[in-house]
Design a protein around this ligand. Structure first.
Ligand SMILES: Cc1cc2nc3c(=O)[nH]c(=O)nc-3n(C[C@H](O)[C@H](O)[C@H](O)COP(=O)(O)OP(=O)(O)OC[C@H]3O[C@@H](n4cnc5c(N)ncnc54)[C@H](O)[C@@H]3O)c2cc1C
Length: 351
């Protein structure tokens, strides 16, 4: 086995998780490289996740407060959204976040390599850059931080329609009068409250019995009560059976009684799948199940050397537990301040 590696640690994926891990590893004294293949640097959180949604929600919250002003003895005209100003604010904020991150990555303490990584052995990656040029790098230890992609259900009629996912929200295509949201997890609910705040009529259609299934029942009940209180309709135990689209209108058939719904926009938010295809994990014997890398309580994979931090929340504040050096297999992340500890990683909800 080769022991003279190019790097002590290579992080695959330059989202918030990968960047934080690489940055921390350098501070612990490890010679580190980070491999990122996206054309646009920044990762999900900054480009299409936490940052855009929190910026959008700020406007929605302000609109809701203004609508509710009369209750507090304030006379205010019904608020209207200026889409151009709204979009520009989101765009400018995201550019600021992104530019700060790009500058950290490009002038950082680790080496940034722009390429797609694939394992060809336990300690070696094949790297293919955007021009197709191939090179190789070796490392003692790897962190896989390749993120996830949006799940799209296989519903008759859906393909080819202009449905949205959370990836589309940063561009904010238009403000729909009526929107249906498929799913009742954190992203679906955040989006539901976003559009409700902005003034849309919102319907949530979800397969499960309750919102935020898999979370604490009290949390689900509280969320459901607040959601209904705000006038958002919730159809539980319901599957969308068919989607039609014509002249700017979606036609949905859903639920046990084949209910019909007409809306101007459809947002799919039923979940995300780990981005683990094409990494060569099978070739080096890293165990996966339904695309997820199987890990132990320390986030070490079945091959021990590659560890994964992918899909852990609050990656901006992720940290490697001290003790990395000399124990390369023990790599895990927690948030700082420590609101979560692996494997009990709670979802953090924005307001
Ligand atoms: C709408 C939305 C709202 C969210 N809100 C919150 C929130 O409020 N709070 C919160 O904590 N979390 C939130 N999240 C979750 C959060 O965004 C993610 O948990 C986090 O961004 C994941 O970071 P990551 O570094 O694991 O993955 P990513 O940011 O997806 O980074 C993975 C990177 O790996 C690269 N990559 C993939 N394969 C390869 C390869 N083979 N070679 C090289 N590079 C590769 C990709 O190009 C990508 O840049 C939200 C997510 C969404 C979608």
């Amino acid at each position: 086995m080769k022991t003279n590696f190019d790097y002590e640690l290579i992080v695959i994926g330059g989202g918030s998780g990968g960047h934080a891990a690489a940055h921390k590893a350098v501070s612990l004294g490890l010679k580190t490289a980070l491999i990122e293949n996206a054309e646009e640097l920044g990762g999900l959180c900054i480009l299409k996740g936490c940052m855009p949604t929190k910026a959008l929600i700020e406007t929605a919250n302000r609109m809701r407060i203004i609508r509710d002003a009369a209750r507090f003895g304030i006379k205010a005209a019904p608020p209207e959204l200026n889409l151009e100003v709204f979009r520009k604010r989101i765009h400018d904020l995201l550019e600021d976040f992104k530019n700060a991150r790009v500058s950290e990555m490009e002038n950082g303490d680790y080496r940034l390599v722009r390429a797609k990584a694939c394992f060809i052995s336990d300690h070696e990656l094949e790297l293919t850059d955007q021009s197709g040029a191939v090179s190789h790098l070796t490392a003692e230890t790897f962190i896989i931080a390749t993120g996830s992609t949006v799940d799209i259900p296989d519903i008759p009629g859906l393909k080819g329609t202009p449905y949205w996912t959370s990836d589309d929200l940063r561009g904010f295509p238009f403000l729909p009068k009526r929107i249906a949201i498929m799913g009742a997890g954190a992203i679906a609910l955040e989006s539901a409250h976003l559009f409700e705040g902005l003034g849309s009529e919102v319907v949530i259609i979800a397969r499960g019995e309750q919102m935020l299934s898999g979370h604490d029942a009290d949390l689900s009940a509280g969320m459901e009560a607040e959601t209904k209180e705000r006038g958002i309709r919730f159809f539980n135990n319901s599957t969308v059976e068919n989607v039609g689209y014509d002249a700017g209108e979606f036609f949905l058939t859903f639920g046990k009684r084949n209910e019909k719904l007409r809306v101007d926009a459809l947002l799919i938010a039923i979940g995300r799948t780990p981005r683990t295809k094409g990494l060569g994990l099978e070739a080096i014997g890293v165990a996966k199940e339904d695309g997820r890398i199987l890990t132990d309580e320390r986030s070490a994979t079945s091959r021990v050397t590659p560890a994964t931090i992918s899909r852990l929340a609050a990656s901006r504040s992720s940290r490697l537990i001290p003790g990395l050096r000399g124990r390369p297999e023990v790599i895990t992340t927690m948030s700082d301040p420590e609101v979560s500890s692996y494997p009990l990683v709670p979802t953090i909800f924005g307001s």
